[in-house]
Ligand binder design. Structure first.
Ligand code: BES
Ligand code: MN
Ligand code: ZN
Length: 493
């Protein structure tokens, strides 16, 4: 996708389709007024006919508008003018792109110049670019006939000369983020016989080559040497070898402590010996979406050349039953030395993450954020709209909540109080890996907190937000927008 900024007269633009906003109540935007003036009121006439009110999500295609060079003019409903915000802009862009007929390869619009309170041109341009990329995304389906990419190839953003630089910066940002989101979706959507731990390792190496990251992909023997007994307990039942991926984007000052991102990379979760029920088990291919989001963030910050030090850690393996698999009752010794009684082999995410959290200590991080499709209980608590957030530091939690708000990728903070820790007591080891049915996502976070005592830490449970089920089944790329927005904020400090 090619984005460009132009300050040309809109009626003279050569484009397949000009997107023109209309506010609710048939209220014309500046661009609509300009076109109305040169076209002998073609726009007002279309509105008068009653075909379009300007309601959010609506659109009306006009062809051969007199005095306008563009082949088509798509009137796009923006909703109420006095309620316009970044979210309504995003929704309008999405509705407009979805309404484009197949013949449209390039479009132009003034959407980055619409007036929205307390919002910069850069933010608006970034939102437009990001949403366009999100809306044209197509699943990399494995079919005999390869799938045609979306026909849209070029987007021109109309901006005043004075705003051109800000719009350009916004487009760069939105595009970098959009590419990261697309990578996270792609990896999540791949079938689990292709997207294996070694495949994720290769993807990390490919990214490192492309953007100059430092990369190490540790194999079984190196993982054994690190004494990651908890992680190794999960991979035991699988024929597919595990990997531990370490990616480093070192574009900050040498003295600057890094942000460490840790992504759960279970490429398929059968539950292990505590086998899951059969219905919808295919969706457990998405159990590596935490890992995918870390790789997506690296793609975005590589594109953006973000001046910050960021480390990505990905423990990745399958969770399978077999004659060698870890059994309920087995006790594992984690890299930290703490022992864990495995009461349920389906609570495997925390078992691979805890060793990665211990490994993170060596980077003397400014903050560690883990991202994981960790608990079904989180879906019950929060549904599919927001990710669950837990943190041992309130400033870090606040910064992440604010980033989610800004990125339209929200999280909601849940408690991490000591009251819940007792649910993890074990008669035979330092702790059990499950805490019973009550507060399942909180006790999972409590388990992780025991391995994150040496630094500021946050945990994002993305079980409800990382992918969609049903007819629209597919990865969402979340929480890449939240994380990239947080990192941009850190770099600006
Ligand atoms: N990957 C699952 C969590 C999950 C389930 C995410 C469904 C999204 C949808 C995780 O490994 C798991 O199985 N968790 C168990 C924990 C339980 C055994 C304490 C769960 O949530 O049931
Ligand atoms: Mn599981
Ligand atoms: Zn899992």
């Amino acid at each position: 996708m090619e984005f460009s900024i132009k300050s040309a007269a809109p009626e003279k633009l050569r484009t397949d389709c000009l997107l023109v906003g209309i506010y609710e109540g048939k209220k014309l935007t500046d661009l609509a007024k300009a076109l109305d003036a040169v076209s002998d009121k073609a726009i007002s006439a279309a509105l008068k006919s009653g075909d379009m009110e300007g309601k959010a999500g609506s659109s009306l295609m006009l062809r051969q508008v007199a005095g306008v060079t563009a082949s088509r003019v798509l009137l796009v409903g923006l909703g109420k003018a006095d309620e316009a915000n970044l979210k309504s802009l995003r929704n309008s862009v999405r509705a407009a792109v979805k309404a484009l007929p197949a013949g449209v390869e390039n479009i132009a619009t003034d959407f980055a110049g619409l007036s929205i309170k307390k919002t910069t041109v850069q933010q608006k341009a970034a939102a437009v670019a990001e949403v366009v990329l999100d809306a044209i995304y197509k699943v990399n389906a494995v079919k005999a006939k390869s799938i045609e990419p979306h026909p849209l190839k070029q987007v021109v953003l109309l901006a005043d000369k004075a705003d051109a630089a800000a719009a350009e910066a916004g487009v760069q940002q939105g595009q970098g983020l959009g590419l990261g989101v697309a990578l996270a979706k792609d990896l999540g959507n791949l079938p689990p016989n292709i997207c294996t731990p070694s495949y994720l390792g290769k993807q990390a190496e490919k990214l490192a080559k492309e953007y100059g990251f430092k990369v190490e992909v540790l194999e079984q023997a190196a993982i054994e040497k690190l004494n990651m007994g908890s992680f190794l307990g999960v991979t035991r039942g699988s024929e597919e070898p595990p990997r531990f991926i370490v990616l480093q984007h070192l574009q900050g000052k040498k003295s600057q402590k890094p942000v460490v991102l840790v992504g759960k990379g279970i490429t398929f979760d059968t539950g292990g010996i505590s086998l899951k029920p059969g219905a919808d088990m295919d969706e457990m291919k998405y159990d590596m979406c935490g890992a995918a989001s870390v790789l997506g963030v690296f793609k975005a910050i590589g594109e953006l050349k973000l001046p910050l030090n960021v480390v990505g850690l990905i423990p990745t393996c399958e969770n399978m039953p077999s004659g060698r698999a870890t059994k309920p009752g087995d006790i594992l010794t984690s890299m930290s030395g703490q022992t864990i009684e495995v009461l349920n082999t389906d609570a495997e995410g925390r078992l691979i993450l805890c060793d990665a959290l211990t490994y993170a200590e060596r980077f003397e991080p400014s903050a560690v954020i883990d991202i994981a499709t960790l608990t079904g209980a989180c879906v019950i608590a929060l549904g599919h709209h927001v990710s669950g957030l837990f943190a041992n530091n309130d400033d870090l939690a606040k910064a992440l909540l604010a980033a989610g708000e800004q990125a339209n990728d929200r999280a909601w903070q849940m408690p991490l109080w000591d009251d819940y820790q007792g649910q993890l007591d074990s008669n035979f080891a330092d702790m059990a890996n499950i805490g019973g049915r009550a507060a399942g996502s909180i006790t999972a976070a409590c388990f992780l907190s025991r391995f994150a005592k040496k630094y500021d830490w946050a945990h994002l449970d993305i079980a409800g937000t990382a992918w969609k089920s049903g007819k629209e089944k597919g990865g969402t790329g979340r929480p890449v927008p939240l994380l990239v927005t947080y990192l941009l904020e850190q770099a600006a400090k």
